[in-house]
Design a protein around this ligand. Structure first.
Ligand code: B12
Ligand code: SF4
Length: 523
């Protein structure tokens, strides 16, 4: 059967990476004999025309759409366009948001027929089989289905988590517009394990990827990373909930990477209490350049209340060890957690700043969003938390959507705003250093990446290149450079260099027409 999988755009607070989400689902479907296409709109603006075009050219017999809470409204818009194009085609959604918000998701999108709850590889394959009449729909595990005639919603038996991750077909990255990701200098995601045994109340991991952790063969993980390096990706993000959890697995992956000497740089998520000098030194030798730690709060009582099971002393220790190993540490904080007061907020800001001053680590603040699937959302009142809205567009971790008794909304928002301002000031300072020629090493590399991404982002999100008048001169690329410079206001040298790069990569291609040459991003 012909199956179209769609990845909606993301409201860009953070820069996008090449995800494995739909490539895993697509690989499983392909291995079962289906013809699969992915319409990946992550590095694009989602417009009805793009969806209509693909619906017409591919004529799918099943459409699957992924989303997280933040881009769920965009996924709904895609579902509506799909339904307008084809009144019959079954539509299924999956991902962490819809899995925990079944009734609401059906309500928000009348065109929705199915929800794949939890891991999608087997559920989607069985759903396709059932739609082909090869098995009974009600035997497909992990499915919520709505009867079109009666509107009744039913759930089938739960889908067990896949125990043997090595059984899964490797992610079908060939189905996504790789050239765009390379043009964008994106990180490529790799998942070496699924699950986390901890039970932090603000996190959906325990209910989502499960408390029993499942590991892939380290050799296969290193193969995948090597393949990505060969494709031209310069940085990998290991997306595991907690990469440094299991010593044998973690040493296995790092050992393979070190032995192969791929030279590829990567980063990962960790907990401070899993860090030892041996751990960070091993990671550094294997190419790790940054570790993101969920520190969450600078107040021990808040940490205890949210079941983080860590201590401020351990945070300091981990930051020191990471710095000594030559790895950048990023401390991630959540403000507005249960127990938050203006005093704990002040302590958190001071603690974050002390980590920067003492250990040179970066830090980031996010405002608490009590996501579906978290203990905190399910038992909000037990934790003294008032949820102010379920408008999912506000769940971007930059808006106040809940409140504790002790800290008012203005106090939370002002910490977040002050942090945003610090980042903007830092960017301006970097611009100044760059103009003076005093940036070097990793700082220069990240600066250039940011400039490049700002430029490309403007072009991609506005669909700008496609709207330029056709070029008729003997040197259309030079004409394009002038048009892009005028449109974006970016430095002409940067524009010339970047356009050349994206044209060489094939991410942008020239299309001759009757009235001249036009350029367009390839899908
Ligand atoms: C990569 C990632 C990101 C990326 C991209 C997110 C995206 N998808 O667009 C970035 C860095 C942008 C990001 C940001 C955030 N993220 Co994030 N992120 C992840 C992460 C680490 C990995 C995702 C992944 O690749 N997983 C591996 C693949 C195999 O699993 P999967 O994506 O879930 O896909 C499977 C199933 O969902 C299902 N499925 C998915 N789609 C479909 C479709 C169909 C049709 C079917 C049938 C099945 C199906 O099948 C897939 C294969 O099994 C997950 C944690 C995790 N371990 O999953 C969190 C996670 C998705 N993020 C989360 C959160 C909370 C955030 C932040 C809000 C965190 C924060 N406070 O900063 C921010 C947003 C900040 C902002 N202001 O924008 C939550 C999601 C909560 C939610 N309900 O949306 C997660 C689950 C982490 C957690 N445990 O809490 N994140
Ligand atoms: S915050 Fe980190 S340690 Fe806590 S449950 Fe989520 S993934 Fe696990």
């Amino acid at each position: 059967m012909r199956i179209l999988l769609v990845n909606p755009s993301y409201p860009f607070e953070e820069f996008p990476r090449l995800l494995v989400t739909l490539p895993y689902v697509a690989a499983a479907l392909r291995a079962d004999g289906h013809e699969v296409e992915i319409l990946d709109l992550l590095l694009a603006r989602t417009t009805p025309e793009k969806i209509e075009r693909r619906m017409q050219s591919f004529r799918p017999q099943l459409v699957g759409i992924t989303s997280v809470t933040l881009n769920h409204h965009i996924a709904n818009g895609i579902g509506e366009v799909v339904r307008k194009c084809d009144a019959e085609v079954p539509i299924v959604m999956g991902g962490p948001h819809v899995s925990f918000e079944i009734e609401g998701s059906f309500r928000d999108l009348p065109a929705l027929d199915y929800i794949g709850i939890g891991e999608g590889e087997h559920t989607m394959t069985e759903l396709a089989r059932a739609l082909e009449g090869r098995m009974d729909l009600r035997d497909v595990c992990g499915l919520a289905l709505r009867d079109r005639a009666t509107g009744r919603i039913e759930r089938t038996r739960a889908r067990p988590l896949e125990d043997d991750l090595d059984r899964l077909a490797p992610p079908a990255r060939d189905l996504v517009p790789l050239a765009r990701y390379l043009a964008f200098d994106s990180h490529a995601s790799v998942v070496t394990s699924r699950g986390c045994p901890y039970e932090c109340i603000f996190c959906s991991a325990p209910a989502w990827t499960g408390r029993k952790v499942r590991y892939r063969d380290p050799v296969l993980c290193a193969d995948e990373i090597e393949d990505l390096a060969a494709l031209g990706f310069r940085e990998i993000t290991i997306e595991d909930d907690l990469f440094t959890l299991h010593r044998k697995h973690f040493l296995g992956v790092c050992g393979e990477l070190e032995r192969r000497g791929t030279g590829i740089r990567w980063n990962a998520f960790s907990r401070v209490d899993t860090i030892t000098p041996e751990v960070v030194e091993t990671m550094a030798r294997a190419g790790c350049q940054a570790i993101c730690f969920g520190v969450e709060s600078g107040d021990q009582e808040v940490l205890d209340l949210v079941k983080k099971k860590s201590s401020l002393a351990k945070v300091r220790e981990a930051m020191r060890m990471t710095q000594e190993a030559g790895i950048s540490a990023l401390a991630s904080f959540i403000i507005g957690l249960p127990g938050e007061t203006e005093e704990t907020l002040r302590r958190t800001v001071e603690f974050a700043e002390s980590l920067r001053q003492e250990f040179g680590c970066f830090y980031g603040f996010h405002i608490l969003a009590p996501f579906p699937g978290t203990e905190l959302r399910d038992r909000a009142s037990d934790y003294g938390l008032e949820i102010l809205t379920s408008d999912w567009t506000q769940y971007d971790a930059n808006h106040v959507v809940s409140r504790t008794g002790g800290a008012d909304i203005g106090a939370l928002q002002s910490v977040s705003d002050a942090y945003e301002k610090t980042i903007r000031d830092y960017y301006r300072y970097q611009d100044h250093l760059f103009r003076q020629g005093s940036l070097s090493g990793y700082e220069l590399q990240t600066y250039l990446r940011r400039r490049r991404q700002e430029l490309l982002w403007k072009l991609l999100l506005d669909d700008a290149v496609e709207t330029f008048a056709p070029f008729r001169s003997a040197d259309p690329v030079a004409e394009l450079e002038v048009a892009v410079t005028e449109y974006t206001g970016h430095d002409p040298m940067l524009v010339a260099r970047e356009l050349l790069r994206v044209l060489e990569l094939g991410a942008l291609a020239a299309q001759p027409g009757p009235d001249g040459l036009r350029f367009a991003w390839t899908e």
